[in-house]
Design a protein around this ligand. Sequence first.
Ligand code: NAD
Length: 265
Amino acid sequence: MSSLAPGSVALITGGTGGFGRALATKLREREVTAVLADLDSERNRAVAEELGCPFVVLDVTDRAANEAVVAQVEAEHGRLDAAYLNAGISAEKSDGDLDLDEFLRVVDIDLFGVVYGAVAAAPAIRRAGGGAIVVTASLAGLSPMAGDPGYSVAKGGAIAFVRSMAPRLAADGTTITAICPGFADTAIIDRIREHFTAANFPVLSAAEVADAMVMAWESGEPGAAYVVQPGVGTIPYRFKGVPSAKTAAGETAVVPEALRPPGMR
Ligand SMILES: NC(=O)c1ccc[n+]([C@@H]2O[C@H](COP(=O)([O-])OP(=O)(O)OC[C@H]3O[C@@H](n4cnc5c(N)ncnc54)[C@H](O)[C@@H]3O)[C@@H](O)[C@H]2O)c1
């Protein structure tokens, strides 16, 4: 099933967090089975149970575990139509010397967790006849945050990954897209929420972001990065072109055919 339809099966990593819960609720309303994958804890299992969603244990930094979870979803639910690669953390330390251990941990979860998840999910989605991979990136991937270089690198990398993978996945009937929300009211902003409140700075609700995540599955364009901002809604980000190479004669050089993705040859 290449589009969102009743009876579809979706996997959501970081599924018991703020965006995961809001998305699971919306998918359940559409009669989609939403399998919530998250770190193992009593709290996470209880959240899934309350939502009426199956729970699977997954640390997204574990390559083999990503493959095993996809196999489990196919075995238990018969198919996988969409993968929401949404698990993520941000750094706790925002100034002073860069904490390299923390930097690597954020990149491991927020970037490599996405890469492992996409590689594991793509063949299963192809077997289901095509579908969607939706990566929760961030506005920080388009506008880097001075307070969190690891997060900025990971989210920028996730957007580049989505854009570079889009043509080969589209050839299989799978649309990969990125969601780039501004600050939203979930646990990830607990440490800084008071500053937004004090400054009367608008933050998104998790439900607004979940609407964008649903849209990305239903009608997203391959390789698109959707900005979600309070008072603005969801809009595809328009990337600036880069300067093309010029030939000795001053003409715009075209990339050799063999190096272009399928569909652009
Ligand atoms: N809330 C925001 O302001 C905001 C803005 C832009 C992007 N995002 C991104 O949205 C995504 C969801 O975050 P959220 O706002 O719902 O926050 P959240 O903290 O409520 O949810 C994050 C979830 O990821 C899970 N997780 C963390 N490490 C994991 C791992 N190694 N393996 C599996 N699961 C893991 C957590 O257990 C949690 O359930 C993240 O990728 C985050 O970076 C959030």
